[in-house]
Design a protein around this ligand. Sequence first.
Ligand SMILES: Nc1ncnc2c1ncn2[C@@H]1O[C@H](COP(=O)(O)OP(=O)(O)OP(=O)(O)O)[C@@H](O)[C@H]1O
Ligand SMILES: [Mg+2]
Length: 398
Amino acid sequence: MNRIIVFTGKGGVGKTMVSTAHAVASADTGKKTLLVSTDMAHNLGDILGRRIGSSPKQINDFLDAVELDPDLIMRHDFPDFMKSYEALLQSAGVESEEQDKFTVIPGMENLFSLMKIRQYYESGDYERIIVDCAPSGETISMLKLPELLAWYFEKLFPVGRMAIRMLSPFTKVFMKVEMPRQEALSDVEKLYKTMLELQDLLKDSEVTTIRLVCTPEKMVVDETKRSFMYLNLYHYQVDGLYINRVIPDLADNRFMTSWHQIQAGYIAELERVFAQIPITKIPWYPDEIRGMDSVEQFCRENFSPETIEEAFSVRVRDVNEVYEETRDGYKLRLSLPFAQADEVKVTGLGSDLEVHIGNYRRTIPLPNTLANNTILGSRFADGWLEVEFFADKGGIRR
Ligand SMILES: Nc1ncnc2c1ncn2[C@@H]1O[C@H](COP(=O)(O)OP(=O)(O)OP(=O)(O)O)[C@@H](O)[C@H]1O
Ligand SMILES: [Mg+2]
């Protein structure tokens, strides 16, 4: 199956370098690969040693690279999207002052980058799409947009509810429903469906997985754990951790030996807490990695022909969000590794479930069957949040 692999991590840890190396290594095995940057501060050009623009530039027979410009994508590729969206806001009676609330979602333009990635994927032109992202906070904000926007649609246009929630894991497991045909949909449903399909692609862990890049130092380790938790919260599959800038064991240099020991402590911590995720260590090189020759050299040192295919496979298949049937109804289980019990809060608001952790909140649209049903209770233990719902199962087609 064609793949989308998304690299993120704290600022400056080596995301662009690691993602570029993966794209180059992938192309070297004869797989048609697209390297995509969604970071507004693009720097694929710096590392590849040539100018990359907003449309795919051929690097070699098997590799193209592109630095996405969301504004341009919006105008060129999806000109109707914002027009329809704004017209719909008006038709829903949303006053213009209030419209800002829905149109000025922070970072909303990044939605167009995701839509473009989906377009590249759907074109079938590329076997692998490697995405170099902005630092973790921005990436997580970007990845939660399709769900957030779908939720706004539902709030504004209750009509959407008929098509809605079809792609939720619950619906997939417990109800056999098909997406309505495109022609049968109103404009609002079409936009809404696009958001669902985008989620479906990005949260399909057979296609899309996230890889975290970090360095062995305290603040980065802490942020990496938080990012992992938030990615789980939003139902994304993380299947790789890269520890970059590992100082080699140079016993003849006191300064380096000291840093080597400090790093060893954090590497041990990362190996312990991310035991279920494949970890790749990358040495700290004496020179910057710049230009194709330098990247090729990096690839020779860090990928072996025997394991190269594995590097692009789906390497973890954790189920991090699951609905289970119980005696009284259903139970939602959500994996939230590294979260503290006292920071996880759950509230039920009619048709949604809200999970808060720290500054993040995920509004999980509940399937119709569970909407407005009583939350029997929730508890957080051993990294799992469990929410139990009462449901009258008479209405469920099996
Ligand atoms: N292991 C390494 N050894 C030597 N230099 C490295 C290593 N990893 C990264 N670098 C260099 O560090 C710099 C920053 O790396 P890179 O641009 O990949 O980080 P980034 O995480 O993408 O940063 P940003 O958050 O700004 O996008 C680059 O000049 C890169 O060549
Ligand atoms: Mg970068």
